[in-house]
Design a protein around this ligand. Structure first.
Ligand code: GYE
Length: 348
């Protein structure tokens, strides 16, 4: 198909779909409101000497990170490390290189070391019950940050702090609907999925699909994982371009894959953002730069700066205070023009 016109006319909904931070009643499946709070007891080491003398012993936090796959992750890691230091929390940090078995090992080692709290960003959604049960049995509270687990037993973790990825997918889908509402021919979409089995890949796909299905002209003609990396995004886009001559839109589950795909599109002699419209998620600096150059048409923001909120939660958990079961981060969206405006003050 060729263009639906009205390019640039819309986007009343851009900018501000801010979900209030700290509201514990998101629509995500993890938001299990029947379970109010931190059920795991605060470890004895921190409150043994009679009450609220928080100053005498440093809190130890074991953090099992996913890896270093993207600009988002780099910003997230930095945020966690800097805010732990600022909060006077002793941080034990590990990088799982996108492998679940490495994360499980790291969590077990934190249990052995008897850290006060464990936080982790689960690389995939499934397969955590055993190790989470081990942490629970050891009396160590676990905080999920950024990504969710699909465990039925939500008492295995204290809270889940992070974005609503289904909502992010919906925002991307809504842009498609608005942009192509007058399409008379099929609009061919290719999709670069995040890491297979990860919450953001599952949910960003589902939210997008849910919204675009109301217009039967919008067709996902190919969908494959690019593992959230630039290199794989490029590689898979090359394959898409070979196999499909009439790609109208790329939906990439993160900026890094979109940036890799842009290289492939340019190498094929096409103009990213013009010949192929591009939607991505994250809004990290490099993505915003590409958007401000018109190479990415629409970015859904996903905020990686979870560190300060995480440290607050850690302290509350150690103090035995109530913590919301689901804490959703604030985020918006950006068109190319908005990206240009926001870029100079962008923190990550
Ligand atoms: O969008 C992607 C990263 O889990 C929200 O992981 C995170 C995602 C982010 O690799 O860039």
């Amino acid at each position: 198909m060729k263009k639906a016109g009205k390019w640039g006319a819309l986007l009343a909904l851009t900018g501000m779909m801010l979900v209030a931070a700290g509201c514990g009643n998101s629509a995500s499946p993890a938001a299990n409101s029947s379970q109010p709070a931190a059920s795991t007891p605060a470890p004895a080491a921190n409150n043994s000497s009679g009450g609220s003398g928080a100053a005498e012993k440093k809190i130890t936090l074991g953090f099992a990170q996913v890896g270093a796959e993207s600009g988002w992750r780099t910003a997230n890691t930095k945020s966690v490390q800097e805010s732990a230091a600022a909060a006077g929390i002793d941080l034990k940090f590990s990088d799982a290189q996108q492998k679940q078995e490495n994360q499980i090992k790291a969590i077990r080692s934190y249990i052995q070391q008897k850290v006060d709290v464990i936080a982790f960003s689960p690389v995939v959604e499934s397969g955590w019950d055993t190790v989470l049960k081990e942490a629970k049995d050891a009396g160590i509270p676990v905080i999920l940050t950024d990504r969710a687990v699909d465990s039925k037993d939500t008492s295995l973790y204290v809270t889940f702090l992070g974005s609503d990825f289904v909502e992010e997918g919906r925002k991307a889908g809504q842009w498609m609907l608005d942009q192509f509402k007058d399409a008379t021919e099929d609009v061919n979409i290719v999709e670069l999925q995040g890491t297979t089995g990860s919450a953001p890949a599952n949910d960003r796909k589902a939210g997008f699909q849910e919204v675009i299905q109301s217009n039967p002209k919008l067709k996902i003609i190919a969908s494959q994982t690019g593992d959230f990396t630039r290199a794989k995004g490029k590689e898979v886009m090359q394959a898409f371009l070979k196999a499909h001559k009439d790609i109208d839109v790329l939906y990439a589950h993160n900026d890094d894959m979109a940036l890799g795909a842009i290289q492939a599109i340019e190498a094929a002699g096409l103009k990213p953002g013009v010949d192929i419209k591009i939607i991505s998620v994250d809004a990290v600096k490099d993505g915003m730069q590409a958007a401000s150059e018109g190479k990415i048409n629409f970015i859904v923001e996903c905020n990686p700066l979870l560190g300060p909120q995480l440290m607050e939660i850690v302290k509350n958990v150690v103090d035995g205070k109530q913590v919301e079961k689901r804490i959703v981060t604030k985020e918006g969206t950006f068109t190319s023009e908005q990206a240009k405006e926001a870029l100079p003050t962008r923190q990550y």
